[in-house]
Write a protein that binds this ligand. Structure first.
Ligand code: KIV
Ligand code: ZN
Length: 502
């Protein structure tokens, strides 16, 4: 490999990225993003295509005049009017391009190859006469005739171009092809080579890296891989691969990658999938018991090691779900401030797995509610009352009725009652079964749906009082409101009995 010590990052989020179908940023948004890209440390910001609209020109001008450390670049065709629009914006660099493939020449430009060559060299000379830096792109280079491509690159080099770009405009290269093509160009010219790969086959990052292996010294890319059609090479992936896998430096301050990705998500409205590398929500999340156990002992066991969440400003998450193990859940509970016994931990893990088996995503709030309910419960051996059976009937033509069978010490007690609804009927049934032992009053009842949806986990909090004035608060969390209510009530009753015993 012909690897350099350092590669420059040319960010085109504000130009090719903004060409993503459906995205249109205001001037303020573009400026905000340009400042973030500057903070991130990109070498060149392609701020836009000034000739395309008045608003675009003003946005490019505002970015160019903002005093950023990054070089600010504007895009132009090989036409004076376009170049003048860039120069009017006070950019540091003009990126001028023209099609070089037979198909684009025939159907879009409709000029001879000689005419295109002289347009390109004239444009480069004109840009250089104005004292700004010049990048020349041969659009559709990867489908162009190689001899013609070399000829035009040599001609623009002679005309004063500072750097040339090989665009894989329609994303049809494979890494081996990109390596060979870059090598050919590298042998033919002495100015630096830049690459611009599209992601039509999901190979944009691999192709860009292959070009670097063969001599490219600058890579064009976008945050979150935005860009025309399937997008451009993703900046986060390029940078982290260069740093962590190739040991090649860039000027990117990688700790800002996650926040930059989030800002782009927010401004463009294009959400990245959770399994997206590096900046996706799950990039450093672990759910399965085996993985969480390993990661909690040493994170490198199930993470790359050469790339940590801290390096990219992300965070490691242990997620609860049906694959969760006790180690992961215990770590999450510790983070939330819970101290649990072995028995409580097993109970919580079982409940989390049950929810997961029903296809539910168990959120941190769900886990917290489950843990609060379990931790608040009286220990099994100290429980005097427990639920054996419960059935409830409700409907529009009957009075809601519940029948309940409880175990009190070593006896079984059965009873039934009615109520205004199924919850009221169930709680009344519990109280009437126990009335012979103690008259427990329900002084407060609160129901909260923790996450959205009719199958949300419901948390019930009750306050009870006995005839001697003992008061207990208890909670339970279940998907079934009636069950959560009865469980909370029994948990409170057991606490009151415990208080009385003590
Ligand atoms: O994809 C492409 O070829 C481009 C050029 C303007 C470089 O975006
Ligand atoms: Zn492009």
């Amino acid at each position: 490999m012909n690897l350099p010590r350092e590669v420059k990052i040319f960010d085109t989020t504000l130009r090719d990225g903004e060409q993503t179908p459906g995205i249109s940023l205001t001037q303020e948004e573009k400026l905000l993003l340009a400042r973030q890209l500057d903070k991130l440390g990109v070498d060149i910001i392609e701020a836009g295509f000034p000739i395309s609209s008045r608003g675009e020109k003003e946005a490019v001008r505002a970015i160019a005049r903002d005093g950023l450390t990054s070089t600010v670049c504007g895009l132009s065709r090989v036409i004076r009017e376009d170049i003048d629009a860039c120069l009017d914006c006070d950019v540091d660099m003009v990126h001028t391009f023209v099609s070089t493939s037979d198909i684009q020449i025939k159907y879009t430009i409709k000029k001879s190859k000689e005419e295109i060559l002289s347009m390109a060299t004239e444009a480069v000379s004109y840009i250089k006469e104005h004292g700004v830096s010049c990048l020349f792109s041969a659009m559709d280079a990867t489908r162009s005739d190689l001899d013609y491509l070399v000829k035009i690159f040599k001609a623009v080099e002679d005309a004063g171009a500072d750097i040339i770009n090989i665009p894989d405009t329609v994303g049809v290269m494979i890494p081996q092809g990109m390596r060979l093509l870059t090598q050919e160009i590298y042998r033919a010219v002495s100015i630096p080579i830049d690459v611009h790969c599209h992601n039509d086959f999901g190979l944009a990052v691999a192709n860009s890296l292959a070009a670097v292996e063969a001599g490219a010294r600058e890579v064009q890319c976008t945050i979150n891989g935005l860009g025309e059609r399937a997008g451009n090479a993703n900046l986060e992936e390029i940078v982290m691969s260069l740093h962590s896998l190739y040991n090649v430096k860039t000027n990117i301050k990688t700790q800002y990658l996650f926040e930059t990705s989030k800002l782009v998500e927010r401004l463009t409205g294009i959400k990245i999938p959770p399994n997206y590398p590096i900046v996706g929500e799950n990039a450093f999340s672990h759910e399965s018991g085996i993985h969480t156990h390993g990661v909690l002992s040493k994170s490198d066991t199930f993470e790359p090691g050469v790339m940590t969440p801290e390096m990219v400003g992300h965070r490691r998450r242990i997620v609860s779900g049906k694959h969760a193990g006790t180690h992961g859940i215990e770590a999450m509970l510790q983070d939330m401030g819970f101290k649990v016994t072995k028995e409580q931990l097993l109970d919580i893990t079982m409940r989390v797995k049950d929810l997961g088996d029903k296809g539910k995503r168990v959120t941190d709030a769900d886990l917290q509610a489950i843990a609060e309910a379990v931790v608040g419960e009286v220990a099994k051996e100290e429980k005097l009352v427990s639920l054996e059976e419960l059935s409830v009937m409700t409907g529009n033509r009957i009075t809601p009725t519940a029948s309940v069978r409880l175990r009190f010490k070593d006896k079984y007690l059965t009873g039934a009652d009615t109520g205004v609804g199924p919850v009221d009927a169930a709680l009344n049934a519990v109280r009437s079964v126990l009335r012979g032992i103690e008259d427990i009053k329900l002084t407060e009842y609160r129901l909260e749906a923790i996450t959205g949806g009719s199958d949300a986990l419901a948390e019930v909090i009750v306050k009870l009082e006995d005839s001697q004035g003992n008061i207990a608060t208890a909670r339970a969390a279940r998907e079934d409101i009636v069950m959560a209510s009865v469980e909370a009530m029994l948990s409170g009753i057991n606490r009151i009995f415990l208080m009385r015993k003590e």
